[in-house]
Design a protein around this ligand. Structure first.
Ligand code: PLP
Length: 341
């Protein structure tokens, strides 16, 4: 397998996961008849301490269903200016739900301050949209968000009558890297989305959890969005396998990321902030005159990375071995040596 450092979404199902998929009992999930989907929804709801779950096609669909479920037309959702639900979901909430986006400033560590949430919540005034939902994220660009801050932000939201949603696409990375359980992180939120197709290694699938009424309404929204799947147990089984076998191994990705960061930081002119590496992502900065050449240089050696934005993001995951991460560090060292020779 050629090493691909662009994202943890690139992992491929291994033989054991494929065997679990092949063996899955299935039914028509739109009729509620798929036992593998039903079991997965219950399992994730329980893990996150919520009454009910909904298996959806993607993290984007999960966040969209949450926003459409919590907000009516003309109401607004507040979210971080660089959070996925605000910036990377094609404006779905505004396009499909007429829900007004209100951005909040995000600090380098991915957090949002209490003051910004307080300042953004609108008073009851006919000129203004109604603030309805606070949408947070954990992890944010690989940074673990403190439970204390998440709890204060959600209580401010609650005091003002807002609902709260957590985009926990990589929540299990936060769980593995901290001593906080998934249900503790989820406790202050009305709804949480967990992706199983990122570091957890399933090929498809996210689960949205919340209370029974919210999930019942979410089921209708999922159908409306074209996300009602039929014998989806085949992919639910992959997700179930991932939850059984791939959570604890996230610690290997985190360890590999910190090792890569430490070794890269020893190369002249390569800038990596070691304290920013809290889970599986390493952010790397090279001098402007050489940065544009790195991607093609590594591609020649069979390695794939994303272009800088403005830093390079290098992501460790299940399909990155020690040998692959060694080749990456060597490749970057050789690239810098060649640029400066
Ligand atoms: C934080 C976060 N939320 C949501 C998503 C959306 O997930 P999907 O690609 O499954 O739609 C992503 C995707 O990378 C993400 O990084």
């Amino acid at each position: 397998m050629t090493p691909d450092f662009r994202s943890d979404t690139v992992t491929k199902p291994d033989d054991a996961m494929r065997a679990a998929m092949a063996a899955a009992p299935v039914g028509d999930d739109v009729y509620g008849d798929d036992p593998s989907v039903n079991a997965l929804e219950e399992r994730v709801a329980q893990m996150l301490g919520k009454p009910a779950g909904l298996f959806v096609t993607s993290g984007t669909q999960s966040n969209l269903i949450a926003i459409l479920g919590h907000c009516r037309r003309g109401e607004e959702f507040l979210s971080g200016e660089r959070y996925h639900s605000m910036k990377d979901e094609a404006g779905g909430a505004a396009v499909l739900g007429s829900v007004v986006p209100q951005t909040l400033p995000v600090a380098d560590d991915g957090s949002i301050s209490e003051d910004s949430v307080r300042a953004a919540i609108k008073p009851d005034d006919v000129h203004l949209p109604i603030s309805r939902l606070l949408c947070l994220e954990n992890t944010v660009s690989g940074r673990v968000q403190s439970k204390r801050n998440l709890d204060s932000l959600t209580s401010i939201a609650r005091e003002h009558g807002l609902k709260t949603h957590l985009d926990g696409a990589r929540l299990m990375n936060a769980v593995v890297s901290s001593d906080v359980s998934a249900s503790d992180y989820a406790a202050g939120f009305n709804s949480v989305s967990l992706c199983i197709s990122k570091g957890l290694g399933a090929p498809v699938g996210s689960v949205l959890v919340g209370d029974e009424d919210f999930i019942k309404a979410g089921r209708r929204l999922r159908k409306m969005l074209g996300g009602g799947m039929r014998q989806a147990g085949v992919i639910a089984a992959a997700c179930d396998y991932a939850l059984s076998y791939n959570i604890e191994r996230l610690a290997d990705d985190h360890l590999r990321a910190s090792g890569v960061a430490r070794r890269l930081s020893e190369i002249d002119e390569v800038h990596v902030s070691l304290n920013e590496v809290e889970t599986n992502m390493v952010y790397l900065q090279l001098p402007d005159d050489v940065a544009p050449g790195l991607k093609a240089f590594l591609a020649e050696r069979g390695m794939t990375i994303s272009p800088p934005c403005p830093k390079f993001r290098l992501v460790m995951h299940k399909d990155i071995t020690d040998a692959a991460s060694d080749s990456l560090v060597e490749g970057i060292a050789d690239f810098m040596a060649q640029c400066r020779s």
